[in-house]
Structures are given as C-alpha cells and as structure tokens.
Design a protein around this ligand. Sequence first.
Ligand code: GLU
Length: 304
Amino acid sequence: MDYQKILENIYATLKGHKSTGKVATYIPELAKIPFSKLGMHIYCINSGHYHIGDANERFSIQSISKVFGLTLAMGILGDDLFKRIDVEPSGNPFNSLIQLEYENGIPRNPFINAGALLIADVLISNLKNPKKELLEFIRNITNDYTIISNSQVSNSEKEHSHRNASLLHLMKSFGNIKNPIEDVLDLYLFQCAIEMSCKELATAFMVYANEGKLINTNQQLLNPSYIKRINAIMQTCGFYDEAGEFSFRVGLPGKSGVGGGIVAIHPGVYTTAVWSPPLNPKGNSELGMIALEELTSRTGLSIF
Ligand code: GLU
C-alpha cells in the first residue's frame, strides 16, 4: 500500500474543504493558533512512518492526555478504579454537570472531564510526583525526552476553569474526590497543556496498538488486558457525544482533544494522528474527522 500517496490525496481533499469549524476560544492561548494548521502522520507496524503537512509541529494535546492518565491509574488501582468511575458512553457534552448529579458523583467514563478529573485525583493520592511521573511515562512511550507541558496554556485555562472546578466540587460533595480541588485542577490542566506533534502522538499510541509492548525494544511495558480495556473505552467514549458517529464513519478506537488533535489506532496494524484546530459543534476537529474517514475508506483498514 502506498501510504504516502494516500496521505497526499487526503491532504489535497482537506485543503479543498471549506471549513465551518471554530477553534476553542474558551482557552485563550489556543485561540491564537492559526486556523489553517494541518498535519497528519501514519505509523505502520510493518513499514514505518509517513507524514504530510504540519505533522512535526507540536500542539496542545488537551483531552488526548486523558488516555495517558487512565493508563497510569489502571496500573495503580487495577479493577478497583472502576468502583469510582464507569465505562459507559456519556451521550453528553464533555464538560456536562447534569449527568454527574443524578449519577451520584460517579463519572460516566474516564474520557469526559469529570472522569479525567477523578483520574487526576487518583494519581495525586498514589504518586509522589504525579506531574513528573505522567510526563516520564509519555516521554518513555514516545521515546522523546523533550516533551513538556506549556504553562502559558495551563495558566490561560486556569482563569476559565469554573466548570471543571464545579465538576470537582460536585464529585467531592459525593465523597468521590479525596484531594484539594486546586491540586486536582492543577494536575489536570498540566496534563491537558502537554504539547506533542502528530508524529509523537502516533509513536506514543503505538504501545496501545502493539499489545502494551514498546515497539523499539519489544519490552512488555503495559498489561495487555488493560490495553484491551483502554482501547475499548477509546472506541466507545473517545469522542465526547460523537463517539457513535466517529465509530460509524471511521471505525477505529481513538481520542480527540480541543487543541484540534485526533489520534486513532488499528491494533496490530498502525497508529495515526491528525491535527487541524477548527472544531465541529461537538468539539472534535472537523477536518480531522474527515481525514480519518478518508484514511480508513481509501485503505480499507478499519477494525470492522
Ligand atoms: N482542557 C480542556 C477542558 O477541560 C480539555 C477538553 C478537551 O480537550 O476535550 O475543557
């Protein structure tokens, strides 16, 4: 398969697409990113790396970081984690408070904001230096030790975090948050502000496509049964209240973020990441969704 040619064709299709999406302005630093950035990377287990456009430029990974947090928390608590958090699609916006109220402070899944905030709480309770350990984990699976969190982005979000703080207060009122609200919010905003390129995301997610093994060394880093579960949660909950639509159009497990990034995996075959900042009304990259739909249609390589 000529992946480079396929990428070039997808790129041409996207460039000809008149976007109606909007960048996430509620994080002022993100609103400064040029609308027109567009990059895509494919990492095939058998044949290596292919990329196009701005695939090597770092951007704010935002909610994609929720996959990394979940991975660490599962490693710490195992199945006990799921006493405090569910694994059902929410069918609600990522920062919704309503469901949390009538479900007694138990987040629907780890990939909505309430769930990721709860995971941050678990990491604080169990790790000596959660920021450092989370970053080290990401650097290790990416094999890149220069990855950092952008404090300008996290500070800019901090000033507009009333809704995330509300989610935390509500969960704490049900006894499901154990640490001070400010500490949990601080770790959560730190992880959202981590910056990676499409190439780095595709590389990091190879551990999820490769049964928990690092591809370079073949080291079994993560428990394969956790990988199975994390991939299942990506499939059912990775795209806010558009998870069904993404499954229907693309047919891969994945995760998006309001920085305009989407990463998706085909276990045993490839990983891919795409970046285009304008978001559709559900908060997913508008062109990113089209790019991945084009990819699985043109290659015939989806999990279904
Ligand atoms: N930091 C963002 C927030 O909490 C992440 C949202 C996202 O990427 O879905 O609103």
